[in-house]
Design a binder for this molecule. Structure first.
Ligand SMILES: [Mg+2]
Length: 250
């Protein structure tokens, strides 16, 4: 029996495209509302994206993964756009902007979309082996539990014992789980060097790095996976390389 810890976003599920969809919805709403007064797309689209990016970066420092961060950024970007074009802020557009921002986080969307290709297969394989599987995910608990319900993650992580939501640093939780299962081989799988692999290595896990093809993050500070890490292109390599991964670690 071995100990496996998985990251959620970008490792087992995709979350970035919901923000992309919200941005496109916003642009459509904006031109519909502005109609004759709408600035040329060549000007307002890049402006809006630039302002949104700036605001996301700034708010991330204080709000981290809070569910209100993205809608707040969208409203700020809209206000910035009004400043750039000398337009007054329209309260109706502002209200709709907030709602579109909120819509990026939707349990219904999660329900209608499967997990990343191979994720269910890999988790089911480990389950059949009788290995212990945990998910340690950083984010807003309200949103992460929406994902748990939407993607039906209880199949693999039945309760808050196996599904751990934390606000930021994973190290403490990883250490705790490692201590609970001292005698087992421990492996941690994630798509972020800084928030998954480095704490995993520190806590005595074999880190497995599976970079996501579309990354929505705020600039990885760490560029190199810790020494001894494995790097996979697909999560199903857990199945094909299983024997080489379950050697005892730290
Ligand atoms: Mg991740």
């Amino acid at each position: 029996m071995n100990l496996w810890v998985f990251d959620l976003d970008g490792t087992l599920i995709t979350s970035g495209i919901d923000y992309a969809r919200a941005v496109f919805h916003w642009e459509l709403m904006f031109i519909n509302r502005m109609e004759h007064r709408a600035p040329h797309y060549d000007k307002f689209v890049p402006d809006f994206l630039g302002l949104l990016r700036e605001s996301e970066k700034e708010l991330f420092k204080t709000m981290r993964a809070h569910r209100k961060r993205f809608p707040t950024s969208m409203v700020e970007a809209y206000r910035g756009l009004c400043r750039n074009f000398g337009m007054s802020v329209d309260p109706e557009i502002e209200r709709e902007t907030w709602e579109i921002g909120v819509s990026a986080l939707s349990e219904e969307t999660y329900r209608n979309r499967g997990m990343l290709p191979g994720a269910e297969e890999a988790l089911a394989f480990l389950q059949e082996r009788g290995d212990l599987i945990y998910c340690v995910t950083a984010g807003d608990p309200v949103v992460q539990w929406m994902k748990w319900r939407g993607y039906n993650l209880r199949r693999f992580f039945p309760s808050q014992r196996e599904y751990r939501v934390i606000w930021w640093d994973k190290l403490r939780t990883l250490k705790k789980l490692r201590k609970l299962h001292r005698d087992k081989a421990a492996i941690m799988v994630g798509d972020s060097i800084g928030s998954d692999l480095i704490p995993a290595a520190k806590a005595g896990y074999l880190p497995i790095y599976i970079p996501h093809p579309s990354v929505w993050d705020h600039g990885e500070l760490e560029k190199e996976p810790p020494p001894g890490s494995r790097r996979f292109l697909q999560i199903t390599q857990i199945v094909s390389e299983y024997q080489s991964l379950i050697r005892p670690t730290g």
